[in-house]
Design a protein around this ligand. Structure first.
Ligand SMILES: Cc1cc2nc3c(=O)[nH]c(=O)nc-3n(C[C@H](O)[C@H](O)[C@H](O)COP(=O)(O)OP(=O)(O)OC[C@H]3O[C@@H](n4cnc5c(N)ncnc54)[C@H](O)[C@@H]3O)c2cc1C
Length: 400
C-alpha cells in the first residue's frame, strides 16, 4: 500500500521529486540496520552514513551552500517518509536539519553560514540544539547557563540536558544568560571538541534507542566572539523561531508513524486468521483501521495548513501577524499529530494482539518511540496553553 502526500505546488515538483526519490532509497536501504540497532538497543550510525550517500543531511540548506535547498513542503514530506522508519531515525534529522541548521540558516551572518552549513550539509559535521537544562525545560527562561566576555571570546558555563544528537554533534546551537544578568538570553554556535566541553550519552530511555540523546557541560568553555548567533539578547527569539520549524518536523515524523501503523495494520489484518476468518473481517478490528486512517488524513491536513502558513510568513519575515499565525499552526500541528500518532500506534499494537507487544514488530517500536513527541519541542500542556493564549490574548498567558 502506498501512502503519500499530494504534491500541491507544481513549481517545486521537479526538485521535490528528486529529493523524495533519494529519501525513498535511503529509507529502503536503512530499514535492516535500523531494526537491528533497535533490537540491540544502540545508536544507528548508518543514518549519517546513508544520509551522506543520498545527500539528505542538508535538505533545507540553500544549494549555494551545498544543501538541497528543499522547500518546506518537500522537507516535511521527506521527514514524514523517514518517520515511517521510526521516530529515532527521524529525530536524527530533526536535531541536525531542523533545530540544528535552521537557526544558522535563519539568523547566521554570511561568514557563519559559510563556515558551518556546507560541512553540515555534507554530513561531515553533525548539529544539535541545546536549550533544555536539568532545571529549565518547559520554561527555558529559567536556564542557569551563563556567559561572560573575555577579549575575543565568550566564556560559557552550564549544563544542557536531554539533547538530541548531543553526544555525536560537532556543533551545537546553545543558549546562555550574561553572567552579571545584565540582559536577556543570547544564542551561540558552539563547537564541541575543545577543552572544557564534556558530554555523556543518556541511554536509559523508554524508546528511541537508535537516536542519540545526551547531556553536556561547558566549564569555562571558550567560544569565539564571532560565534554569537544574532545579536546579544536575541537568544530567546532565536530559540522560539527555531521551534516553529522543529515542531513541523516532529509533526511530519508523527504523520510517518501513523502511515506506517496503517500499512502494518492493514497487512496484518488481512493475513492473521482467528475464529475462522481473517481478523480484518471482524468489525471491531475494522474500527481500528478506520481510526488510524482518520488520524492520517487529519494529520496531513493540519500539517499542510501549518506549512502553508510558515511558507507565507517566511516570505514576509517582518510581518508579525503572519509569524504569529505560523507559530500557532505549528503548535497545533505538533500537538494534534503527536497525540494522533500515539493513538495510531496503540491501535496498531492492538491489531497485532500479543505480537503487538513485542519489539520484534513495528507497532510496539512506534508506540514506545512516539511517546516522546508529546514531550519534546513543547509538551502537550505547554502547547495547549500557548494555543489558548493566542485565542485569549497575550495578557492571559497561563505559563508566565
Ligand atoms: C528524547 C528527548 C530528546 C530531546 N531533545 C531535545 C533537544 O534536542 N534539545 C533541547 O533543548 N531539548 C530536548 N529535549 C528536552 C525537552 O524539550 C524537554 O524535556 C521538554 O521541553 C519538557 O521539559 P522538562 O523535561 O524539563 O519537563 P518540565 O518542564 O519539568 O515539565 C514537567 C511536566 O509539567 C508540565 N508543566 C510545566 N510547566 C507547566 C505549566 N506552566 N502549566 C502546565 N503544565 C506545566 C509539563 O507539561 C510536564 O507535563 C528532549 C527530551 C527528550 C525526552
Amino acid at each position: 500500500m502506498k501512502v503519500e502526500f499530494t504534491v500541491q505546488d507544481p513549481a517545486h515538483a521537479e526538485a521535490a521529486d528528486s529529493v523524495l526519490k533519494d529519501v525513498e532509497a535511503f529509507c529502503e536501504e536503512i530499514r535492516p540496520s535500523e531494526e537491528l540497532c533497535y533490537l540491540e538497543h544502540r545508536f544507528n550510525d548508518e543514518g549519517i552514513k546513508l544520509g551522506r550517500k543520498y545527500r539528505l543531511l542538508g535538505l533545507l540548506v540553500p544549494r549555494e551552500l551545498g544543501g538541497r535547498g528543499a522547500d518546506l513542503k518537500t522537507y516535511v514530506r521527506a521527514l514524514a517518509r523517514i518517520g515511517r522508519e521510526g521516530s529515532g531515525l527521524r529525530t536524527l534529522f530533526s536535531g541536525h536539519c531542523s533545530i540544528g541548521q535552521v537557526p544558522v540558516i535563519t539568523f547566521g551572518n554570511d561568514e557563519q553560514k559559510a563556515r558551518y552549513l556546507p560541512a553540515a550539509a555534507r554530513g561531515e559535521t553533525i548539529m544539535a540544539f541545546g536549550l533544555t537544562e536539568p532545571d529549565a525545560g518547559s520554561n527555558p527562561l529559567e536556564m542557569t547557563t551563563t556567559y561572560r566576555r573575555e577579549g575575543d571570546h565568550f566564556i560559557l558555563n552550564g549544563v544542557k540536558y536531554l539533547i538530541s544528537n548531543g553526544g555525536i554533534a560537532d556543533v551545537v546551537v546553545t543558549f546562555a544568560y550574561p553572567e552579571d544578568r545584565s540582559g536577556g538570553v543570547s544564542a551561540f554556535i558552539v563547537e564541541t571538541h575543545g577543552e572544557g566541553f564534556e558530554r555523556e550519552d543518556l541511554t536509559a530511555k523508554l524508546g528511541l534507542p537508535t537516536s542519540n540523546t545526551a547531556m553536556f557541560e561547558m566549564r569555562d568553555y571558550k567560544v569565539p566572539v564571532r560565534n554569537l548567533l544574532g545579536k546579544e539578547g536575541d537568544g530567546f527569539r532565536v530559540a522560539m523561531t527555531t521551534l516553529i520549524s522543529g515542531r513541523l518536523s516532529v509533526a511530519a515524523g508523527c504523520l510517518g508513524v501513523i502511515e506506517d501503523c496503517l500499512i502494518e495494520s492493514i497487512n496484518y489484518a488481512k493475513e492473521r486468521r482467528q475464529h475462522g476468518k481473517e481478523i480484518g473481517r471482524h468489525q471491531l478490528v475494522q474500527e481500528h483501521l478506520a481510526m488510524i486512517e482518520l488520524h492520517r488524513q487529519t494529520s496531513e491536513s493540519i500539517i499542510m495548513t501549518a506549512v502553508d502558513a510558515k511558507m507565507t510568513s517566511d516570505q514576509s519575515p517582518a510581518d508579525k501577524e503572519l509569524k504569529r499565525k505560523a507559530d500557532l499552526l505549528a503548535a497545533e500541528a505538533k500537538l494534534f499529530t503527536s497525540n494522533a500518532a500515539w493513538d495510531a500506534a496503540d491501535r496498531a499494537v492492538q491489531v497485532y494482539g500479543g505480537r503487538g507487544y513485542s519489539t520484534l514488530y513495528r507497532p510496539a517500536r512506534h508506540l514506545a518511540d512516539v511517546r516522546v513527541c508529546r514531550i519534546y519541542e513543547g509538551t502537550d500542556e505547554i502547547l495547549k496553553l500557548k494555543i489558548a493564549a493566542q485565542l485569549l490574548g497575550k495578557e492571559w498567558e497561563a505559563f508566565k
